[in-house]
Design a protein around this ligand. Structure first.
Ligand SMILES: O=c1ccn([C@H]2C[C@H](O)[C@@H](CO)O2)c(=O)[nH]1
Ligand SMILES: [Zn+2]
Length: 130
């Protein structure tokens, strides 16, 4: 993974709005246009209304006119690694392929690389429902 993708995820994490969980998360996507789209989690006083870092990055990508996730990095400072939650896996899968790499990072860099099919085996998709 390129250093700029990692740095974008880390910079996004610093912009998180996470006063309730105090658990900032950053995500960065390299899309098919070669550009990087990043996002952070944005919480809300009405707790269920907040959302994760990954959909913020996906929103940035979509509004930037891109539609394919080539690779993605996720970082959180308070866990050894931050694997995307279940809902995020489904959201990422919408714009990824089975082989798309997801880099799980800590403050020093990539600690583990997983593909989408490893993160979301047997996920809801047109392949399954035919
Ligand atoms: O994949 C994940 C999992 C959690 N969070 C956020 C949601 C919430 O703001 C905080 C604590 O769960 O972490 C993410 O951004 N991405
Ligand atoms: Zn999530």
């Amino acid at each position: 993974m390129s250093h700029d993708l990692f740095e974008a995820a880390r910079a996004a994490m610093s912009l998180a709005h996470a006063p309730y969980s105090k658990f900032p998360v950053g995500a960065a996507i390299r899309a098919e246009d070669g550009k990087i789209y990043a996002g952070a989690n944005i919480e809300n006083l009405s707790f269920p209304q907040g959302w994760c870092a990954e959909p913020t990055a996906i929103s940035q990508m979509i509004m930037g006119g891109a539609r394919k996730i080539v690779e993605m990095a996720v970082i959180a400072e308070k866990l050894p690694l931050c694997p995307p939650c279940g809902g995020c896996r489904q959201k990422i899968a919408e714009f990824a392929t089975a082989k798309t790499p997801i880099y799980l990072c800590d403050e020093t860099g990539v600690k583990k690389t997983m593909t989408m099919e490893e993160l979301l085996p047997h996920g809801f998709s047109t392949d399954v429902i035919g």
